[in-house]
Design a protein around this ligand. Structure first.
Ligand SMILES: Cc1ncc(C[n+]2csc(CCOP(=O)(O)OP(=O)(O)O)c2C)c(N)n1
Ligand SMILES: [Mg+2]
Length: 561
């Protein structure tokens, strides 16, 4: 039986997941793990400039590749720096394995150097946390942590290893992923499939809402087949409009405050709603009935039983994998194809969509300066290739980007999701580049959000990653400033910020930098950036007066609507 130290055993387990990269900052608390990467030909340890960025990069790598994202941190301060990124990954159901060193077992609970109760710090932001308390259990617990991250509803996990255990020699027996983790999520019962179809057939205005469950199940193709078979309109939950090609005749946009008015029209009129692989979370529904018809009958399918009926009462709840459910519904419908009675409903949906498309097309005629969202996004839509990958940030401009592009590849839209975390988008754009080096990646963030992680420009240069980074520069924490403007008589506190020239700053790092003050310059800027191997930072001076609050709860509470 092969013998190796516990650090190598951990890396051997990670290698089995076909992971190409691990991200982090080196530290003395996990030296044997680092040393094992030296001999691992198929996996690179990538040094980043902040552990927070490592978590965003690993999260985005997982979302773009469908594989495990891995990040590593020094025990103590390195591990506490992981917290925010793990929280984002948890809200995005992203399978990230974070590994941190820990104080020696012999110093444990003495308030030793860099000692902190890491498990309890990471517990609320992780799907599960683990401590490897004995060297000989290193492989078992690493595999269990990976299995937890990658199965059921996915999510980030944290493992800590006391530094003295890593050098212990242990027996290691190699295992393939199918030996330690389930390969499939549950299938729906035949009764559930039959009842769903009979409710849909009885509907006058049925609607499907699909969510990220399809992304994690790699079920985009099966979702398209489902709507083609049922001929029922489809909308998606927030941040998931990339699930199907956006020119599909049965696709009507994404729901929610960052979504399209067409999707909202449909969801308010539907009489039967089939929600698959979505929690119907806050950024999709606001947890009220402004977006969903309160009288609609809800059929809800999710892999996580406790989320069925959690906020919206259900007529039928189904615990199943999104893709498998779609496959079985389509197969069963084909056997008993009913007479199509939904012509009128689809025609109404089409006309609502056409109005929206016409309005969006007209945006190209808005003034080129000062730069405001309609013209900015109209120019970018024309300039980017069809397979563009869009990464958005929290903040006004980042949020507006969630629905601004047309998507034709899945996944190609990446957002900070329900954690609304500022600073996510730039490091996340690097994670996508690591997963898909050939994909054109653009990142839309504000001046505030970009400056939170701009040090990763050095990582981008060193690793030859070339995202196009748009910094929408309004010299303020714009979206939060808008509440002070609208509800506190412009009594600004902490709302304005000063900035360096982001184009010059990029050049100082060795990246390309461009400053843009007119929207009609964007086409040329994008085509030059797409030709370059370097990252490009576009410092876009925007109209500082275009800021607006996106939190309906902040607005409603002040009786503004
Ligand atoms: C880590 C984090 N800190 C603070 C906030 C609160 N917040 C949300 S948007 C925002 C302002 C964003 O400013 P900027 O990135 O410049 O974008 P803008 O709204 O100006 O377009 C702030 C402070 C947050 N969501 N996340
Ligand atoms: Mg700003």
């Amino acid at each position: 039986m092969p013998r190796m130290n516990a650090g190598s055993a951990i890396v051997e387990c990670i290698r089995k997941e076909d992971v190409r990269y691990a991200f982090g900052i080196i530290g003395s608390s996990y030296l044997e793990v680092l040393d094992a990467f030296y001999d691992a030909p198929d996996i690179d340890f990538v040094s980043v400039r902040h552990e927070l960025a490592a978590t965003h990069i690993a999260d985005a790598y997982a979302r773009a590749s469908g594989r495990l994202g891995v990040c590593l941190a020094q025990g103590g301060p390195g591990v506490t720096n992981l917290v925010t990124g793990m929280a984002v990954a948890k809200h995005a159901f992203s399978p990230v394995l974070a590994l941190g060193g820990a104080a020696m077992t012999t110093h444990d609970q003495r308030d030793a150097f860099q000692e902190i109760d890491q498990l309890n710090v990471l517990r609320p932001v992780s799907k599960a946390v683990f401590r490897i308390g004995r060297a000989e259990r290193a492989a078992e617990l690493t595999r269990h942590a990976i299995g937890t991250a990658m199965t059921g509803r996915r999510g980030p996990v944290f493992i800590e290893v006391p530094r003295d255990l890593l050098s212990h020699e242990v027996n290691f027996v190699s295992q393939e992923p199918h030996q330690y983790r389930a390969q499939a999520n549950p299938a729906p019962s035949t009764t559930a499939v039959a009842r769903t179809l009979s409710m849909l057939r009885a509907a006058r205005a049925p609607l499907i809402i699909a969510g990220s469950g399809f992304k994690w199940a790699h079920g985009s193709k099966e979702l398209i087949h489902l709507i083609d078979t049922l001929q029922i309109p489809l909308i998606t939950s927030n941040a998931n409009k990339d699930l199907v090609p956006n020119d599909h005749p049965l696709f009507f946009g994404q729901l929610g405050p960052r979504g399209s008015s067409v999707a909202r029209d449909l969801a308010q009129k539907a009489d039967v709603i089939l929600a698959i692989g979505t929690r119907l979370g806050f950024t999709t529904t606001f947890f009220n009935f402004n977006y969903l018809n309160a009288d609609a009958k809800l059929i809800h399918c999710d892999v996580e039983p406790q989320d069925l009926g959690r906020v919206y009462p259900i007529e039928l709840g189904i615990v199943a994998d999104a893709k498998t459910f779609a496959v079985e519904l389509a197969a069963e419908e084909k056997k008993n194809r009913a007479v199509d009675t939904l012509q009128q409903w689809r025609e109404w949906a089409n006309s609502s969509r056409q109005t929206w498309i016409d309005k969006r097309r007209a945006d190209i005629h808005e003034p080129a300066t000062p730069i405001r969202t309609p013209r900015f996004f109209a120019e970018l839509r024309r300039a980017v290739p069809k397979n563009v990958h869009v990464v958005t940030d929290a903040g006004y401009w980042g949020n507006m980007a969630t629905d601004a592009f047309d998507h034709f590849e899945c996944p190609s839209l990446f957002t900070p999701q329900e954690f609304g975390c500022l600073g996510f988008s730039f490091p996340a754009s690097l994670g996508i580049k690591f997963a898909k080096p050939e994909a054109p990646v653009i990142c839309i963030n504000g001046d505030g959000g970009f400056a939170m992680n701009m040090q990763e420009l050095e990582t981008a240069i060193r690793c030859r990653l070339n995202p196009i980074v748009f910094v929408l520069n309004n010299f303020s924490w714009g979206v939060e400033k808008s509440y002070q403007k609208d509800f506190f008589q412009e009594r600004y506190v902490g709302a304005n910020i000063g900035n360096p020239r982001f184009d010059k700053l990029a050049e100082a790092f060795g990246a390309r930098g461009v400053r843009v003050e007119r929207a009609d310059e964007l086409g040329d800027v994008v085509s030059a950036a797409l030709k370059s191997d370097l990252p490009t930072v576009v410092d876009v001076i925007v109209d500082p007066s275009e800021i607006s609050g996106l939190r309906r709860d902040a607005v409603v509470a002040r009786k503004a609507v």
